[in-house]
Design a protein around this ligand. Structure first.
Ligand code: AMP
Length: 563
């Protein structure tokens, strides 16, 4: 195994990485660092978050910039504010023993005035989100004339978010660029295009297989009915007393509602979604990072780029539509050599989707039984007793009180003390779970309801054939309409953000929706017939980014799929 010394980086950087506990370079670092130190080699790193890619570009940048020159020499562009702050934080740690080097984060949603002031102080490395960077360029508050190195981090995410023009603008406006380093988890054709147009003979390195699940993540799933989803979530949380996790929902309304409900029921949780102000987001993230919050519930858009150390569980309250989103969600855990668990709560009608995710991830997912009330109580009880037994009693002045306590407890047996502790600590659990029902969707209960049994079996079978046909059978039978909408991925939407957008606009719940089919310019949405008019009324004729939205019933005269 190589060492950081062997890669040729500055001794001061090695001292810092040593202190951070980096013993050996990761695969991407080993391959990228020696190339990037030349400063003239264009580079494409196909690596997901969690592979150590920030250090793979951060360390060489710090090594090659001129600390004596106080103007921007390196520009890192990344999709979100979270990621921006995280990159700056890591670079700050790496440069601990270097003097005269400054790095600044510029991102939307925060005071531009303060960022301009920071830039004026003289910095060598600027880490930016595309929108804010363009704003600063237009205000002539940043000078890119002397930028030598441009890093595009999470390039696929930036393109997904509709930043393609911005990125091209940035690349065109860095005339002295000596090298461009592009990092991306996937390689869609749009990225190929950008690399062909703006990079010369890039060296391409892939670490880990694309779309292959991280082997340090155990993928588990629990099958229940749609109406027991919330109870199942609670049971999973209760069954894992030491959990430090992120729960994902598809809409911000769900994130908010579940967070409020769990908070009312005494759980340590807060929500992260697009409606929060930057200040609120910072507060929630700060509390989660320092572990004063045990659980975070988030939408995909809001959670993009989050890198928190030590997350034990990721829970999919609902499955995402895209396999890539599943991979992104699950990648929040099992990082930097730790083991993690990714749990999905699935109901029968989603099995086809789940099987597809499993197949593309190319790893086996484990079906788990939803724990019974008794299982939960037992787990909580033993967890507490383990904590009791491992409490540090070597410090405090306990000896002063122990004889007095011993006297007080003279007539109480050890068993009684345990029972009393249990009664105090677990009364809530014992009462709550006293007559808890079995939440597992069992074969027997499926057969009880003919309709559910039919659709469930049909959809499980259909996983072998592909999802399209079976879904049509289900939706037609269930009284669905198909709507056409003139917005698509070119408008900067992901499936999840799109779903959130149409639900927020129409004030409808996601349960009314069936399959969503997104193309570049248009989308087709299956929706319960009774809700279709409300959605059309809420969207048709409105504006999105200055464009008029058109929505109509796809099967009665509007443009047809593939037309
Ligand atoms: P990234 O892929 O840059 O988001 O990095 C994922 C995590 O791995 C971060 O928490 C880093 O601090 C950590 N990390 C990066 N490089 C190493 C290394 N060589 N050894 C151990 N941990 C690392």
């Amino acid at each position: 195994m190589t060492t950081f010394e062997a890669l040729g980086i500055d001794a001061r950087l090695i001292q810092a990485t040593d202190e951070l506990g980096y013993v050996n370079p990761t695969a991407i670092q080993e391959q990228a660092i020696p190339l990037l130190l030349s400063g003239t080699q264009d580079f494409i790193g196909l690596a997901q978050t969690g592979t150590g890619k920030t250090a793979a570009f951060g360390l060489p940048l710090l090594h090659i910039i001129d600390a004596a020159a106080r103007y921007p020499q390196a520009l890192v562009v990344c999709p979100t504010r979270e990621l921006c702050l995280q990159i700056v934080k890591e670079i700050e740690l790496f440069k601990k023993y270097m003097t005269g080097v400054s790095v600044v984060a510029v991102y939307g949603g925060a005071s531009i005035g303060l960022q301009i002031r920071d830039l004026k102080r003289g910095v060598q490395i600027v880490v930016a989100t595309p929108g804010r960077l363009i704003d600063l360029i237009e205000r002539k508050a940043i000078n890119l004339e002397q930028i030598k190195y441009v890093v595009l981090d999470e390039a696929d995410e930036m393109l997904n978010m509709g930043f393609q023009d911005d990125i091209e603008f940035i690349l065109k406006n860095t005339p002295q660029r000596e090298s461009t380093w592009l990092f991306s988890a996937t390689m869609p054709p749009e990225i190929r295009k950008v690399s062909k147009r703006y990079m010369k003979d890039p060296k391409e390195v892939t670490v880990g297989k694309m779309n292959t699940a991280n082997k340090s993540i155990d993928h588990q799933y629990y099958v229940t009915t749609a109406q027991h989803r919330y109870e199942t979530l609670k049971r999973i949380i209760d069954f894992n007393p030491g959990i430090y996790g992120i729960i994902f929902t598809r809409t911000k309304l769900d994130a908010q509602e579940i967070s409020e409900r769990l908070t009312r029921e005494g759980y340590d949780i807060d929500a992260l979604h697009g409606d929060l102000t930057q200040g609120q987001r910072d507060k929630v993230m700060g509390q989660f990072r320092d572990k004063s919050l045990q659980l975070l519930i988030a939408t995909d858009v809001a959670a993009r780029g989050i890198d928190v150390v030590g997350i034990t569980h990721v829970i999919n309250y609902e499955l995402p539509d895209d396999v890539e989103i599943y991979t992104h969600r699950s990648g929040r855990t099992g990082r930097a050599g730790n083991l993690g668990i990714c749990i999905s709560i699935v109901h029968a009608k989603e099995m086809y989707k789940f099987k597809q995710i499993e197949r593309i991830n190319n790893s086996q997912f484990h079906k788990m039984d939803i724990p019974s009330g008794k299982d939960v109580c037992r787990k909580q009880f033993f967890h507490f007793m383990d904590k009791l037994l491992s409490a540090d009693i070597s410090h405090g002045d306990y000896e002063t009180y122990v004889p007095l306590l011993a006297e007080k407890f003279a007539d109480v047996t050890k068993e009684d003390v345990l029972k009393r502790v249990a009664a105090m600590e677990f009364d809530r659990f014992l009462k709550y779970y006293e007559n808890a029902e079995d939440l597992n969707l069992r074969e027997r209960s499926r057969r009880d309801t003919n309709e559910r049994s039919d659709s469930g079996r049909r959809e499980e079978r259909s996983s072998d054939r592909g999802r399209g046909d079976s879904r049509k059978e289900y939706t037609r039978g269930g009284g669905y309409s198909r709507l056409f909408l003139n917005l698509g991925t070119k408008d900067g939407f992901f499936k999840a953000s799109f779903l959130q957008f149409i639900l927020d606009m129409s004030d409808l719940k996601k349960e009314v929706l069936g399959k969503i089919d997104m193309k570049d310019m248009n989308s087709w949405i299956e929706i319960e017939r009774g809700a279709a008019q409300q959605m059309i009324r809420s969207l048709d004729g409105k504006k999105y980014k200055g464009r008029s939205i058109r929505m109509n019933d796809a099967d009665s005269g509007g443009p047809r799929r593939g037309a």
